[in-house]
Each structure stands twice: as structure tokens, then as C-alpha cells.
Design a protein around this ligand. Sequence first.
Ligand code: AHM
Ligand code: MG
Length: 338
Amino acid sequence: MSEISLTRYLIEEQRNDRIKPDLRLLIEVVARACKSISVAVGKGALGGVLGDAGTGNVQGEAQKKLDVLSNEILLEANAWGGHLAACASEEMDHSQPIPDMYPRGNYLLLFDPLDGSSNIDVNVSVGTIFSVLRCPDDVVQPEDEHFLQPGTAQVAAGYCIYGPSTMLVLTIGNGTHAFTLDREQGSFVMTQPNMRIPEETKEFAVNMSNQRHWEAPMQRYVGDLLAGKEGPRGKDFNMRWIASMVADVHRILTRGGIFIYPWDRKDPGKPGKLRLMYEANPMSLLVEQAGGAASDGRARMLDIAPTQLHQRVPVFLGSKGEVEAAMRYHLEHDAAAA
Ligand code: AHM
Ligand code: MG
């Protein structure tokens, strides 16, 4: 059979009534923006784009030049197509309605333009994460509050990983599919249809340097993983931590595992490091659509009712059996404490 490009996949899904034409266009535009980001990332030092931008974002993080550039590429690409009502980004304090000079569409787009950007200067994989919601029907001028919908309301989610190859991993609620960028042709080609995460795993991903700041059930859970064959879990576990969520999640979608960024006491005011709306939710939808599970350690991620655009959340996602095991440690701890 001939290759299935992203365009062909989306057109066929539209014919099967699984995607509306304007959502299809939106995804094509995001994919095109990701190709531009991939070019910029790929040039590295030759493009003069490495290093700090000298600015900070609303989360108090130093911005890299590539964070700012990627944000601009996504905003610019999505401004004029008529498919979007507003955008929100990790790099912008508030959401931004589509400029008045362009027609406004029915969707809201959220993105982390360049996740893991602290890895950029050391040439490790980074990525763009995105989530698409419907703009509520009666809203003419979308504001931050209109983005505050649970992850179950996402109509599409995905990421683009800029690694040895550039790949787009996408779900429109009908499985999770991976497309590899054919750099000569300039098009994304389906290379892993219907990704499936093995239910059980022997691999976990967590930043162990935070261990002393974790809460008791998290300490006990990871302690049991480290105890290996001789411990209560009865098997040896391997550990990987790329410190680039897109790369860690890509590994998990490919061969299983559990990714964890728990709450910790380092900064007790923050309920975790990662952001719900444009990191945890899109990744959780991709993982669930591939047969995995995603939670905040206690409840299903996609059911969380958001209260803030840049809200943080603890993240446990990946192989279903392992995510459920981690949740058991937390829920048993809570029950005993009660
Ligand atoms: P960013 O959005 O500012 O790049 O931060 C998110 C990144 C994730 O990609 C990664 O999982 C995590 O931060 C790494 O954190 P740490 O530096 O604590 O290992
Ligand atoms: Mg990020």
C-alpha cells in the first residue's frame, strides 16, 4: 500500500465523519508550524538561536531564544486561517484572541511551544505539545476562563518531537498515531499507526534528585521499585530520565514505562512542576488513546476541572498496570491517614 501522509490520514478521517474540516485545517497548520520549528531547532548553533532570550515567562522561568521563536512561529501560523478563536501558551501570561483583522473560528489552541528547552543547548531532544478545545458556542471574545475545560473535552492533542528524526504524534480521539517527517518531501508520513503501550512495565522515569522532598506514598512506591526482585514488587526495574517530557513520553508510547513528576516539598505552594492544560492533558489523552493510563496520583488526569490557565499538577502516566499501582500507594496512604 502507498504511504499515508498526515494530509491523507486527516482527509480520510473527515470522510468518516471523525473530524470537522476546520479542525483538520487547524492540525495541518500546527504541523506546518512544527516543521518550521524543526528547521530552527535543527540548525542549532549555526542558526544563532541557542542560548537565553534574556526574558522570563509568567511561570518565572528564563526563556530560551528558541522558546520565544517557537511561540511566534505557532502564533503567526495560526492567526489567519479562520479556524481558531484564541491561543494560549506556556510562554504567554494570558490567552490571545485571534486578531480582529482575521475571521475567528470555533477552536481554542493551547501549546507548550518548546518543551524541555533547557536541553536545547546540549543537543538533546525537545518538542512542541498542543491541545485543542472547542470554544464555547456563545463566546465572541474568548478569555482565559473559556480554556478552563477538563482534558476529556479535548478534540485533538499531540506533540512533535525534534529528535534524530522529527515526528508528530497525534490523536483526534480515534487512537494515537505517529508520523515521521520526510525531510526531502517535506511531509509527515504515518509510521506507527495505532500505538499501544504495553500494560505492564519494568521501566520508570522520575527525577530522583527530588526524592527527599516527596510525600510518604511516593517515597514508598519508588522505594519498592528500587528494591527490585527482592522487594514486594518481585521484579527489577530500570530507570530513564531525559528531562524532556516529550522524549520521555515518546519512549513510553513506543515501549512502555511510567513517567512521574510528583508533587514535592521543594516549593510547597506549587502542586507539581508540569502544567495541566498544555502538558499533562494532551499527553494524558495520547497515552489513554494508546491503551495507557494517566493520573495525578489519585484521580484520572482528564477528569480534573481546571481553575487556572497555567495550573500545575502532579503527573503519573504510561503503562496502565503501573499507573494503577502508583495510585494504590497514594490512595492506601490517604485511607490510612483518614
Ligand atoms: P519546560 O516546559 O520549562 O521545558 O519544563 C518542563 C520539563 C519537562 O520536559 C521535563 O519532564 C521536566 O521539565 C524536567 O524537569 P527537571 O529539570 O526537574 O528534571
Ligand atoms: Mg513545558
